[in-house]
Ligand binder design. Structure first.
Ligand code: OOG
Ligand code: MG
Length: 254
């Protein structure tokens, strides 16, 4: 295949210039393993400019998202330090064609050995993810979106809740609401995430084994959107809330 670094550099250029590029697979064949190699090369580029990994994200863990994008396999990407926006903070624009979606975040403590990640999780929080495909028309194949780091662009996390206490809430069926400028634009349930969001942790453990993801203590895991994503327009104030867990707010720069 083409050197993964060459393809990663093209996607990185799209990020830095906020200009969409054509799908890689329209020009070169990519296996899923090749696509994860391109993703890793892209994460390396970010690390080399002081933007190191801080966790991982899953994509297409809900049928709402899979149906919206026409991709029906769960994928993973890497979250980096520069993607984090403080709760109540402002997300840097311009992005190419950003969208926002409500998520659940887990905080990993010590002791992940590729096995049962659930035992290593110490906290859970409502989260909002901003995705921004580097491909024209936000359209891609499974391999393209994996190479493009699962469209990861930015994320914000609400107040962390102790994981043991939060489990008393039944994380498997909590209401999830996304509001833009005070209007509800999406509503769903944490059940949309693989039937139960704790299954996302099982998928992460598999991604660690199969694709070399790492989750040192302190890592954040985004379990995947509970609803479809909505366009993020300049100046919007977005709130994602999860019943019993609280809310997180992000503003889009105007
Ligand atoms: C890919 C990322 C999907 C999710 O939560 O399902 C994702 C995309 O939709 O562009 O982050
Ligand atoms: Mg997401």
């Amino acid at each position: 295949m083409t050197d993964p670094r060459t393809l990663a550099t093209r996607l990185d250029e799209a990020i830095r210039t906020a200009h969409a590029t054509t799908q890689l697979t329209s020009e070169v064949p990519l296996s899923l393993a090749d696509a994860y190699a391109v993703q890793r090369a892209g994460v390396d580029l970010r690390s080399r400019r002081d933007d190191p990994p801080v966790g991982m994200k899953l994509g297409f863990t809900s049928t709402a998202k899979a149906a919206q994008m026409g991709v029906f396999d769960v994928i993973a990407g890497v979250l980096t330090a520069g993607m984090r926006v403080a709760d109540g903070g402002t997300a840097d624009l311009p992005l190419i064609h950003p969208r926002i979606e409500p998520e659940l975040a887990f905080l990993v403590g010590d002791g992940v050995h590729g096995g049962d990640l659930t035992t290593a999780v110490v906290a859970v929080a409502p989260a909002a993810e901003i995705i921004d495909s580097r491909y024209r028309n936000f359209s891609f194949t499974l391999e393209d979106v994996v190479a493009d780091n699962a469209s990861a662009a930015a994320f914000a996390i609400g107040p962390w809740q102790d994981f043991t206490a939060a489990r008393a809430l039944d994380l498997g069926n909590l209401g999830v609401v996304l509001e833009v400028d005070g209007t509800v634009v999406q509503a769903g349930s944490t059940a949309a995430i693989l039937g139960h969001p704790l299954r996302a942790l099982e998928v992460c453990a598999r991604m660690v084994r199969e694709h070399g993801f790492v989750l040192p203590a302190g890592s954040v895991v985004l379990a995947g959107a509970a609803t479809a994503a909505v366009p993020l327009t300049a100046g919007a104030v977005v709130e994602a809330s999860v019943t019993g867990l609280g809310r997180v707010t992000v503003r889009a720069a105007s």
